[in-house]
Ligand binder design. Sequence first.
Ligand code: UD1
Length: 337
Amino acid sequence: MKILLTGGAGYIGSHTAVELASAGYEVVIADNFSNSSPVVIDRLETITGKRFPLYEINVADKAALEKVFEENKIDAVIHFAGFKSVGESVKVPLSYYRNNIDTTLSLMEVMDKFGCKNLIFSSSATVYGKRASLPYREDMETGPCTNPYGWTKLFIEQIITDHAKADPDFSAVLLRYFNPVGAHESGLIGEDPKDIPNNLVPYIARVAVGTLPYLSVFGNDYPTKDGTGIRDYIHVTDLAKGHTAAVNFAKNHKGTEIINLGTGNGTSVLEMVKAYSAASGKDIPYKIAPRREGDIAECYADATKAMELLGWKTDLSVDDMCRDSWNWQSKNPNGYK
Ligand code: UD1
């Protein structure tokens, strides 16, 4: 089976390419490297022994995308391509709506033209907005989202759901990721934010490696065990395996399924700092700062549906995430540059 990965050179896409290849799937990558590096394709070859066919295209460009489908019999698509910075989406919302929604519409129109009926979409736990009860379950209400990035994920979920309703042969799996962190155990691929990181673990990694002086802990007055925010961090390798399980599932399924990919466990900011410091052997200086606008106190998944439908659960711990993040960060202090 041949799987097209839009955004396949990105952080989650590249790790998924490795897991799909090791499960025996053929991988084709479409990426315009707008937020990733061509070096990833070489690194993937080192890890898997395979040179994945690469199309350097914008997925919104239908003519370019049609060529991919003409030259390959694509059985399923995993749609990772999209802008993903929360802060940036607040500053340039039109660009987020245009890019994320356009790429999805073009992709689905081309899939329709070529009779490709399996789509797996990178969604996010951000679509839950601020819910009163925990853990987050797939049948809970969604929104309102706190930023345009989150809205693009929710709107795309709706677009895909409507399409799958109209085409009874269509199979869609909407994967709601919790907080992906860590890196492949080889240290050859990992997360490489282009500017100063916004997310916790990449920021801690830069403090540990010495390129940033200290971490600002955004609030220590939340109603949590130590006052800092709690999230469900998931190792990117576990997350990637969740995609392989979703591909296995989608091929024998019709309609839309929404599935959380998380561990079901919450970790606080201070617990993460401690775990990262132990894994790296480095001091992680931090200062308590005001809460970040739009943040919630606590967020973690109910991961039972993924187990029931996909037969998938996470294996790796927070210590594994910190070890592998540090392995990647210390071997690649400037990312792919
Ligand atoms: C964020 C996004 C979410 C997106 C996800 C992608 C926001 C509000 N949410 O989730 O929409 O899907 O990234 O990975 O941006 N923290 C610090 N100091 C820092 C950075 C973070 O204390 O320098 C804290 C935060 O307050 C939070 C926790 O660390 O409690 C995790 O933050 P982060 O890694 O940014 O993830 P989310 O906010 O959960």
